[in-house]
Write a protein that binds this ligand. Structure first.
Ligand code: SF4
Length: 162
């Protein structure tokens, strides 16, 4: 049974061991754990995590979002692959006003998308956040986003000077 958190590979429909289903009761111990969307062998499925898990992306999102994490501290294990399709997908997640699953806020899809684009120093992140900000209805939400945009710009400017 999962004991490292219910959003682990051991309960994820992208893990071959679950044969397309979701939930620890569908885990088949006779099938080696393998992440179908990241093409990755998973040695410890109940202690491995990523933002594509159905708890974060309930609509079957199969484009990798950020890294894969391991252990109770959820340390980065495998970095995200980097393609233009993946970047476009992350930008879409950032812009999207739709509700994201925040059951496990430490790996929320939008936060992972922002962090990954920042790491790649993709300046399109700024306009994606600005688009999101324009859609915000509450002053509080809008102010918080403006602060995030300011920090992102600062971070990207710092990097361009080095
Ligand atoms: S790495 Fe992510 S998508 Fe792949 S099986 Fe694990 S939780 Fe699911």
């Amino acid at each position: 049974m999962p004991n490292g958190g219910s959003d682990c590979c051991g309960t994820c429909w992208h893990n071959r061991s679950l044969e397309g289903k979701r939930g620890g009761s569908n885990f088949n111990h006779d099938i080696a754990s393998f992440c179908e969307i990241r093409e990755l062998h998973i040695d410890e499925p109940f202690y491995t995590y990523c933002a594509n898990h159905p708890a974060h992306r309930p609509n079957h999102d199969s484009i990798p979002i950020g890294p894969v994490y391991v252990g109770l501290e959820r340390k980065v294990w495998k970095e995200s692959p980097d393609t233009e399709e993946i970047r476009q997908h992350l930008l879409h997640i950032v812009r999207s006003p739709k509700k994201h699953a925040y059951l496990f806020p430490n790996i929320s899809a939008r936060d992972r998308a922002i962090q990954q684009l920042l790491e790649w120093r993709d300046t399109r992140l700024i306009s994606a956040l600005e688009e999101l900000s324009e859609q915000r209805k509450t002053a509080e939400g809008s102010e918080r986003l403006k602060e995030i945009i300011r920090l992102v710009k600062e971070h990207l400017d710092d990097g361009s000077e080095s």
